[in-house]
Ligand binder design. Sequence first.
Ligand SMILES: [Zn+2]
Length: 197
Amino acid sequence: MKAFIQFLYFISIFCAASYAQNSSAQNFGPVKFSWHNHSDWYYKKSEPYQGWKYIVIHHSATRAGSVKAFHQFHTQQGYGGIAYHFVIGNGNGMQDGEVQDTFRWQQQLSGTHVSVNAWDHNVFGIGICLVGNLENALPTKAQMEALKKLVTRLKKMYRIKSKNVFGHRQVKYDDASGRKEQTACPGKKLDLNSLKP
Ligand SMILES: [Zn+2]
């Protein structure tokens, strides 16, 4: 009996070892999750960086805002922290035209800036948010200049095609339905065509 139990013990060690080997072979590399909120659904669904293919532009739909403020708000909403990779200030909460990257960019994590229906654009899409309600008000000159510069730089760095630069509302669902995100974001006052060459 004792020998049999020992046999089972060795089998289980062997299985655990081969499972560990197989599962690490499927990883894409080390993922640095230093964020403390690991408990919410959006965070768990976040996948490691696998290469940026899209740029998705958003507005905050608020008069004021900052990386810190959005981070607090999105954490409360259960998005595992600020949804975007970059925020461009409008002078209310951040300097006018100031670009700040977030922990998602610093750690090369996927975003949570589009809905679950278009998840591909969270995993492969760089999310940029302009502070302001651009449905009612134009972005500032400094914001547009900063946005154009940032988009140009990211396109060059990751060879992202112009057709893959979107306003949030232009992003299509992952399925073949052809449906688009149900949102007015980034607002009608943001001239998306000015970002195309
Ligand atoms: Zn948006």
